[in-house]
Design a protein around this ligand. Structure first.
Ligand SMILES: NC(=O)c1ccc[n+]([C@@H]2O[C@H](COP(=O)([O-])OP(=O)(O)OC[C@H]3O[C@@H](n4cnc5c(N)ncnc54)[C@H](O)[C@@H]3O)[C@@H](O)[C@H]2O)c1
Length: 285
């Protein structure tokens, strides 16, 4: 269903890899809502059939770029303005990768070169793309920039590893640059903190199935899906949120405000069943 929320707007979507990607859903919904967009991802990802098919379906040009390369980012903003015919109204940063997680290095045995890559790909790339856009004056007055994050930036989650540090930095960049870009050009910068979602990046996290289930049981509204996340991104790109900036916005069914839910408590208690006596009393020790 379209409400023409983004009618006439031009956008750049970073990070659509396959149908499960959150960026994929954002790209589809943005076009449905009347936007014209370009898609960008790493050169390897752009050669994949799925990304090519998405570009064809949405009539969106694909611009290969490593988001850690200033030169590549300059190309993305130059080409996007040429293709779309003017300055950019919205940008989605939907990029995350930890080589430490990939190589199964635990948080107390990190490889520091790999940590640098994690931070560069997953957080500093956000600074780089905003700095490039600002220097080129590529974003319209009142434009909107969003990056996707996770609550492990501020609370500890087993297995999230050095991505937690990257997400803290990412959210900090949204605040620091949001101040400067807002003051000078009226550009909004926010992060959306999304529920665990079954995607390529998500499933790389240790114990991800258990995390998704726990999070779903703890959240009064349940986990937010990738489609629902896309809807929230669109609202943040639209003119209905013109005064929202420098925020970390939770889109997680209420998870981040919960301590303990009835369902989670019941589930937890079940694990003690084998330790109860015939009267249902817990046997300790
Ligand atoms: N899946 C989840 O549970 C979840 C929850 C909260 C936040 N997020 C965040 O959402 C964002 C999108 O992830 P996703 O879950 O859709 O997974 P995804 O694997 O579909 O997307 C990650 C994207 O990052 C791209 N990427 C990696 N290195 C890059 C580089 N150097 N330059 C440009 N692009 C690069 C990948 O090609 C891929 O398209 C990430 O920031 C992720 O941390 C995901």
């Amino acid at each position: 269903m379209s409400n023409n929320l983004l009618k006439g707007k031009r956008g750049i979507v970073f990070g659509a890899l396959n149908e499960m990607s959150i960026a994929w859903k954002v790209a589809e919904r943005a076009v449905e809502e009347g936007a014209t967009i370009t898609l960008t991802n790493t050169p390897v990802a752009c050669r994949m059939g799925s990304v090519v098919a998405l570009g064809e379906k949405l009539n969106a040009e694909i611009i290969p770029a490593d988001a850690t390369s200033i030169e590549d980012l300059e190309t993305v903003f130059t080409r996007s303005q040429e293709i779309l015919g003017g300055k950019i109204d919205f940008v989605l940063h939907s990029i995350g990768m930890s080589p430490n997680v990939r190589k199964k290095r635990t948080y107390d045995d990190l490889d520091y070169n790999l940590l640098s890559s994690t931070l560069d790909i997953s957080a500093i790339s956000f600074h780089k793309m905003i700095q490039v856009a600002k220097k080129m004056d590529a974003i319209t007055e009142g434009g909107s920039i969003i990056a996707l994050t996770y609550v492990a930036s501020e609370r500890t989650f087993y297995g999230y590893n050095d991505m937690a540090d990257a997400k803290s930095l990412l959210e900090s960049i949204a605040r620091s640059f949001g101040y400067i870009y807002g003051r000078e050009k009226g550009v909004r910068i926010n992060t959306i903190s999304q529920s665990p979602t079954m995607t390529t990046a998500g499933s790389g996290i240790k114990g991800f199935d258990g995390l998704m289930d726990f999070s779903d049981k703890m959240s009064p509204l349940g986990n937010a899906s990738a489609e629902e996340c896309a809807d929230y991104c669109l609202v943040m790109f639209s003119d209905f949120t013109r005064k929202v900036t420098m925020q970390n916005l939770f889109h997680d069914g209420g998870f981040s405000s919960m301590g303990m839910s009835l369902r989670a408590m019941n589930q937890y208690n079940k694990s003690f069943d084998e330790f109860r006596d015939e009267n249902g009393k817990l046997i300790y020790g």
